[in-house]
Design a protein around this ligand. Structure first.
Ligand code: FES
Ligand SMILES: [Fe+2]
Length: 361
């Protein structure tokens, strides 16, 4: 981004996704609502090709461990958790929530075998905006993680959360979060777009830590959803690595936030999580109507992404063209800078600058 007119991409700008096809390894990923581990429950999640078991101990502390017993590889999530230790269902080995082996009940008291050095891999886990976030990084911990754990900034009167698994790569799915060009074609819903016409859009983008943000007055948009708020809402859409889209709408003292998170589960398996929060208690009445609309919206993304993935599987190249595709190019620039900074052992430096973009949508 620069103050000069942005360079229009040509079809020669062919990007080979193989270069940086993997999701960022050292970053925080959403692994589901915090409520899913309430009351001493543990659960298994797939994260970046890894199986992880996570839960909350009796004392309230969260834990995330590799879901694999060191003895014979059994999934610990299939066993029992008493709020303090996890018991493997195969031979009863017990592990603390710190991953250390606490007991091997099949050992005779005459057997001096030492299990004190046996441990399950542990991953950092935090809670924010009502969700759990895990960093699956296994390398040296002195490297800076991508701090993508968002907060909400207001007390919600209600929220609506939907998760949908997409059979598409993490990159392809994440690009849909920064892609203005698909909205008119994929999300052509009467309740979302009043007009069928493509209209010229001019928006200013600026860099934020690990991403970029677009700010605008919603009066320039045609969405009936925004008009529901009344007044002249301010809309701010932020994208942050690794795959976090934060849409914040403010109209006077009213607040609405629509957060979308992409989580890599495995190759061509990505979880899309959408969370809508609002500050107005009256909107709680609309929840039964809003849920199917949100599902319709996410399913539209899911279907188109899965078909596009099939095309990329046959030939893994994309042509990123025009200013509407610049945010997609920025995604790859931010990702490359993160990888290069980690490799060179230096802090991340956002390569983007303030820029105005024009497209039709
Ligand atoms: S596989 Fe876990 S105790 Fe044997
Ligand atoms: Fe979409």
């Amino acid at each position: 981004m620069s103050s000069a007119a942005p360079r229009a991409s040509t079809p020669d700008d062919v990007l080979d996704p193989r270069a940086m096809r993997e999701p960022l390894p050292n970053a925080w990923y959403c692994v589901g609502p915090a409520a899913s581990v309430a009351g001493g429950k543990m659960r298994a999640v797939a994260l970046n090709g890894e199986q992880v078991v996570l839960g909350r101990a009796k004392d309230g502390a969260l834990f995330a461990l590799r879901d694999r017993c060191p003895h014979r590889g059994m999934a610990l999530s299939k066993g029992k958790f008493d709020g303090d230790t996890l018991m493997c269902p195969f031979h009863g080995w017990r592990f603390g929530t710190d991953g250390r082996c606490r007991d091997v009940p099949t050992l005779s008291e005459h057997d001096a075998s030492d299990f004190s050095c046996i441990a399950v891999q542990r991953f950092p886990i935090v809670e924010s905006a009502g969700f759990l976030w895990v960093n699956p990084h296994l390398g040296p911990s002195d490297l800076e993680a991508v701090p993508a754990v968002p907060s909400l900034g207001f007390e919600p009167a209600g929220s609506l959360v939907l998760e949908l698994e997409v059979e598409a790569s993490f990159d392809l799915t994440t690009l849909s979060l920064v892609d203005p060009g698909h909205v008119a074609f994929v999300h052509d819903n009467w309740w979302f777009r009043a007009s069928k016409e493509l209209r010229e859009k001019v928006k200013t983008f600026q860099p934020v830590p690990h991403g970029f943000v677009m700010t605008s007055h919603a009066t320039t948009t045609s969405s009936p959803l925004y008009r529901l708020l009344g007044g002249a809402p301010e809309v701010e859409i932020e994208f942050r690595l690794p795959g976090v889209r934060l849409e914040r709408i403010a109209a006077g003292t009213k607040r609405v936030a629509n957060y979308t998170f992409a989580t890599p589960m495995g190759p061509n398996r990505t979880m899309l999580t959408n969370a809508l929060y609002w500050s107005m208690p009256a909107l709680n009445l609309l929840k039964p109507i809003a849920r199917p609309l949100m599902r319709q919206f996410l399913t539209q993304d899911q279907q188109v992404l899965q078909h596009a993935q099939a095309g990329l599987d046959r030939k893994p190249t994309m042509v990123l063209l025009g200013q509407g595709d610049l945010p997609s190019q920025w995604y790859f620039r931010l990702k490359r800078e993160t990888l290069e900074a980690a490799r060179e052992g230096r802090p991340f430096a956002n390569p983007l600058v303030r820029q105005e973009l024009r497209w039709r949508s």
